[in-house]
Design a protein around this ligand. Structure first.
Ligand code: ADP
Ligand code: MG
Length: 287
């Protein structure tokens, strides 16, 4: 799938905005994070579907090897935002973007940057688990590696076990590796999709409402897994479940009508929000 010309032009137009430049004024979205490594440095980022502005002037720094939750009412732009982080919108005709979006210092929309390379470094897990229906559990995990030209059996076997262990699924499936991926339960399928993303050794894992189709026990397993993933990966999770954001994230970003309203340490956002809209949302008065 080729990159949209609009997207390429938008990123060139965005060149003057440099993440390395010190902003003239401190934005409320900037946390005092100088001492920690930054995974995403996003400046003045806007996105349109055709004429429709879906994200407006978002500036945010997302810390590496932490869990950042994206919250906000339905339609506020959560999915649009997280999909921009690994160039999923390249596949949607008519999208246009402005601003700068860097991942570990690299402009993800820069000239010559391939979306397939971005998606290997920044993995994505969706709301509905989507194992490839014709593939075994093992093949589902290894499909990305094989597409990347890895065919050494020893390497594949090692990566299979490592990925399934990281996804907290190995013990449950180690004797069933040749069964279809779709034979697993919903929660196991979601962890299989996480293993599939981890197999290509990304730096960052994006999750868009990964538990919304799961029961409470399967949800608890995924939340527990997220806690272990943060030691090695940067995790960005969209959730409409505020308890989930409060339980499993370090930082929380509240979006409303396409804008980033407030961003900070999760505890602060939930107990002492600085913005009345955030306060109204986290206390359940709308959304
Ligand atoms: P959320 O994930 O917070 O529910 P979305 O990011 O899906 O919100 O949507 C943000 C806005 O963009 C909504 O108004 C939605 O209708 C619109 N939108 C989302 N996807 C598309 C699309 N492919 N084409 C046109 N508009 C879209
Ligand atoms: Mg969504």
């Amino acid at each position: 799938m080729s990159t949209l010309p609009e997207t390429a032009r938008a990123s060139e137009a965005a060149e003057p905005i440099r993440a390395s430049a010190t902003p003239a004024t401190a934005s409320p979205a900037d946390l005092p994070v100088e001492a920690e490594e930054i995974a995403f440095e996003i400046r003045n980022f806007s996105m349109w579907y055709g004429q429709r502005l879906a994200l407006q002037d978002v500036t945010i720094r997302i810390a590496a090897r932490k869990v950042t939750a994206i919250i906000g009412p339905s339609g506020c732009g959560k999915s649009t935002f997280i999909r921009a982080l690994n160039r999923m919108h390249d596949l949607t005709p008519g999208t246009r973007l402005e601003g700068s979006l860097k991942h570990f210092g690299e402009n993800l929309y820069g000239p010559g940057v391939e979306a397939s390379v971005v998606r290997r470094r920044v993995g994505m897990v969706f709301q509905k688990s989507n194992p490839f229906p014709t593939m075994s559990i093992a093949d589902n995990v290894l499909v990305g590696l094989r597409l990347n030209g890895v065919h050494d059996r020893g390497v594949l076997q090692a990566r299979l076990e490592e990925s399934l262990r990281m996804a907290a699924l190995w013990d449950e499936v180690k004797d069933l590796l040749n069964r279809p991926g779709t034979s697993l339960s919903g929660g196991q399928q979601q962890r299989l999709c996480i293993a599939r993303s981890l197999a290509v050794q990304p730096e960052t894992l994006l999750m868009d409402e990964p538990c919304s189709a799961l029961d409470p026990i399967a949800t608890a397993k995924i939340e527990e897994l997220i806690q272990t993933l943060r030691e090695r990966f940067t995790v960005v999770i969209v959730t409409h479940n505020m308890q989930q954001a409060a339980r499993c994230s370090d930082r929380t970003a509240f979006f409303y009508m396409g804008r980033l309203i407030e961003y900070g340490d999760t505890r602060n956002i939930f107990t002492n929000p600085g913005n009345p809209q955030t306060e109204a949302y986290v206390s359940g008065r709308f959304g």
